[in-house]
Design a protein around this ligand. Structure first.
Ligand SMILES: Nc1ncnc2c1ncn2[C@@H]1O[C@H](COP(=O)(O)OP(=O)(O)OP(=O)(O)O)[C@@H](O)[C@H]1O
Ligand SMILES: [Mg+2]
Length: 357
């Protein structure tokens, strides 16, 4: 790699997004913050006409054009910016003209400030706090409920041995089944409350997916699951049992949603090329993506944030813990969980995990 001029490093590390265009409105500079704010990578953007990239945000091209041609400068111009994978964010844009040392106009620059940054940071830490609180709450509740449950189950078993009447035995059987179901929920709550250490190793995520699909589909009715795996996907690094739990929750949700006649669930894997993870040691980890797509009912926007809250459910028999646990596990792996849903059309849930390469 060529050595960057010092000012290039400064531009690269600025907290504001820097987007430069030349006089023909072709993008010449796109720094890291610009990547983060827009969700676009510079390989997608550099040397391309700005208008072709920000199709939904024509205003950006318009103000840069005005800056270039009419010397109109904009200061803290507030607008919403659309992004590929997540909701639009509000940004503040400041523009100016760019000249070379001889004083010739060589382009225009936009400084883009993420005004939602503070807000989304707040919701993230709020979400974490809420999860921690719910964790303690769940642990206490589970503990209190466990012992009496054991008592009820034992008494019902005793009774079933003592009663001769078959009709009455049916009732004791029903008590025991209900207790077992409660016990299963309590166990789930405890798993959620005490996550335990991750046992990280290199994993073939396709194998994990196959096992999950087998578990959910064998001998059961429901929408078909179509696999579109990328065979060249490198191993991911993670805890096999925990990741299986995540994928199980997500595929189960997708199958429960896609109950329409021609509903289906599709599992896609791929390497992520337009985004990478930089850890504290500045090492770059490439990400693998597992996408679970369903053609189901979709999630209304007002529920999107809530689905990560423990016990939020819209299903009669649901515990509402699946998404909360999955979110937590993926975060512990240093990964990401993205959701994109259109009510009436379906839902895409993407899990991004660090690969071993
Ligand atoms: N793929 C999906 N399509 C539509 N809605 C979904 C999807 N995934 C999650 N949801 C919504 O999010 C809610 C919470 O999901 P979560 O997995 O946490 O709990 P649950 O599925 O209701 O219960 P459990 O997972 O314990 O059976 C669901 O009740 C549903 O409303
Ligand atoms: Mg679920």
């Amino acid at each position: 790699m060529k050595k960057a001029a010092p000012y290039e490093n400064i531009i690269e590390n600025l907290g504001e997004g820097v987007i430069c265009v030349d006089p023909s409105m072709v993008v010449t500079v796109f720094n890291q913050s610009a990547e983060k704010i827009t969700g676009l990578s510079r390989t997608q953007v550099l040397k391309k006409p700005l208008g072709e990239i920000f199709t939904r945000d024509a205003w950006l091209g318009e103000i840069l054009e005005k800056t270039l041609r009419e010397q109109k400068l904009f200061a803290d111009y507030e607008k919403n910016l659309h992004r590929k994978f997540s909701a639009p964010i509000s940004v503040g844009v400041t523009t100016s003209q760019v000249f070379d040392p001889e004083g010739n106009l060589t382009g225009a620059v936009a400084l883009v400030q993420d005004l939602s940054g503070i807000k989304s940071l707040e919701t993230e830490s709020f979400r974490k706090e809420r999860l921690a609180y719910m964790g303690t709450f769940a642990a206490n509740l589970a503990h209190e409920v466990k012992n009496p449950l054991g008592g009820i189950r034992g008494a019902a078993q005793l009774l079933s041995r003592k009663v001769k009447d078959e009709g009455l035995k049916e009732y004791t059987g029903a008590i025991i089944r209900a207790v077992d179901r409660l016990n299963a929920i309590v166990k789930e709550m405890l798993d959620f409350a005490r996550p335990g250490e991750l046992k990280r190793r290199r994993l073939n995520i396709h194998k994990v997916l196959d096992e999950v699909v087998l578990l959910l589909t064998e001998g059961q009715t429901g929408p078909p699951v179509v696999k579109e795996y990328d065979p060249s996907l490198p191993p991911v690094v993670g805890d096999e049992d925990k990741l299986a739990q995540v994928l199980l929750n997500l595929v189960k949700n997708a199958r429960e949603a896609a109950t329409k006649n021609d509903g289906e669930v599709r599992l896609l894997t791929r390497m992520v090329t337009d985004f990478h993870l930089v850890d504290e040691g500045s090492r770059e980890a490439k990400l693998a993506s597992v996408e679970i797509r369903d053609t189901g009912c979709g999630i209304p926007p007002e529920n999107l944030e809530k689905i990560f809250t423990p016990f939020f459910t819209t299903k009669p028999g649901g515990s509402g813990l699946g998404m909360a646990i999955s979110y937590r596990i993926v975060k512990e792996h240093g990964g990401f969980l993205r959701i994109d849903s259109t009510p009436g059309e379906g839902t895409k849930v993407e899990v991004l995990l660090p690969t071993a390469e």
